[in-house]
Ligand binder design. Structure first.
Ligand code: SF4
Ligand code: SF4
Length: 344
């Protein structure tokens, strides 16, 4: 199917057509925090932001707190009840290319290692409509990790800003099916295609932060025992965990039971390897010192994950740089580490 276009004024109508079949999520602001939320049937104000959400869309598939099951104690044992899954089809509108890429990285853990019964049904029932960035942050470095601000590789349908309109590109069969579900889309012209190409090239150039990732696994391995380097790198970190909780590829969770008399619920909730109490149960945290926790966070993304899955667990979204309260910076960290290894 040839590419199409849509006038920005008609986006609400397009979403309305899709909402007949899908539960729709769009970028939204909740008390000033930008995150993906269910569409209220009219809001398209996110089109004016030109910026990504603070909370990544992983929260739709892997919520901050999620019920695993409830249980009722009777005389003999426990009666377990699993949360109901209605199989509702979902559509995420406006996901950024690097956040769509992050989902493929999470899939390695939640799908390829074992089949997570909470994440996978949501992932399978969701179509992704990507929205290319036009104003990357100074902290973005997706191009250093093989991405691009307008990359369509991991979405079903891709929108590129061409002024008053978006060029709409069907990437997968699911995406092309979406295109046929709305009469709001018009045929794209050759001039539209040219404008989209120019936007993509120009936006790519706007990502100015660069990180050298050549041989990074080996360099991290070489730096592993250089304690004074990691102590220096970790010095200003206050172990708040924000960088990991908001990272689109981090997936650690804790499990807790809430019990009232004989009835209870088991939850899982986001956890962070930056916390001193991480993995406190059933044994002590093996990384009591902060520098060991910071080293683990960096190595997990740039050394251990590539060793296990052949992919770096960082998309260069820059959230950890933007949201850190003390300006700890993963790109500066990796540069410092590489300089130390190279200088011997
Ligand atoms: S956000 Fe900054 S201070 Fe908080 S844990 Fe991460 S690096 Fe440390
Ligand atoms: S480590 Fe930082 S830049 Fe990389 S994906 Fe996570 S939040 Fe984004």
């Amino acid at each position: 199917m040839a590419n199409k276009k849509i006038n920005k004024k008609n986006i609400a109508k397009l979403l309305g057509d899709w909402s007949k079949e899908f539960e729709l999520f769009i970028p939204s602001k909740d008390e000033g925090i930008a995150k993906f939320a269910k569409w209220d049937g009219k809001d398209t104000s996110f089109l004016d932001w030109h910026r990504n959400t603070i909370v990544p869309p992983k929260a739709i598939f892997f919520p901050p707190v999620e019920e695993m099951f409830s249980f009722q104690k009777d005389k003999q044992s426990y009666h377990i009840e699993l949360p109901s899954s209605d199989g509702q089809k979902q559509l995420i509108f406006g996901i950024r290319p690097y956040d769509a890429n992050a989902l493929t990285i999470l899939d390695k853990t939640f799908k390829d290692t074992y089949e997570d019964p909470y994440y996978l049904p949501k992932r399978k029932n969701t179509v992704l409509v990507g929205l290319g960035c036009t104003k990357p942050y100074d902290s973005c470095f997706c191009t250093s990790l093989g991405g691009s601000p307008t990359d369509s590789a991991n979405v079903d349908l891709m929108l590129t800003d061409i002024g008053d309109e978006f060029l709409v590109e069907g990437v997968t069969d699911k995406g092309r099916e979406l295109m046929s579900m709305s009469s709001e889309l018009e045929e794209a012209t050759e001039a539209d295609e040219t404008r989209a190409k120019e936007t993509k090239e120009a936006t790519y150039q706007k990502v100015t932060r660069q990180l050298d990732t050549k041989d990074i696994e080996e360099k991290l391995l070489s730096s592993f025992e250089i304690q004074d380097l990691w102590e220096e790198i970790a010095a200003k970190c206050i172990s708040c965990g924000i960088c990991t909780l908001l990272c689109p590829t981090c997936y650690c969770f804790d499990i807790n039971d809430e019990l009232i008399k004989d009835r209870g619920t088991r939850f899982r909730s986001w956890d962070s390897c930056s916390f001193p109490v991480y993995t406190k149960m059933p044994m002590e945290n093996p990384r009591i010192e902060k520098w060991r926790r910071v080293r683990n966070k960096v190595c997990h993304k740039y050394e251990f994950y590539p060793m296990n899955f052949d992919v770096i667990a960082c998309t260069g979204c820059g959230r950890c740089v933007r949201q850190c309260p003390v300006n700890w910076d993963i790109t500066q960290t990796l540069e410092k580490m590489q300089a130390k290894v190279q200088s011997g």
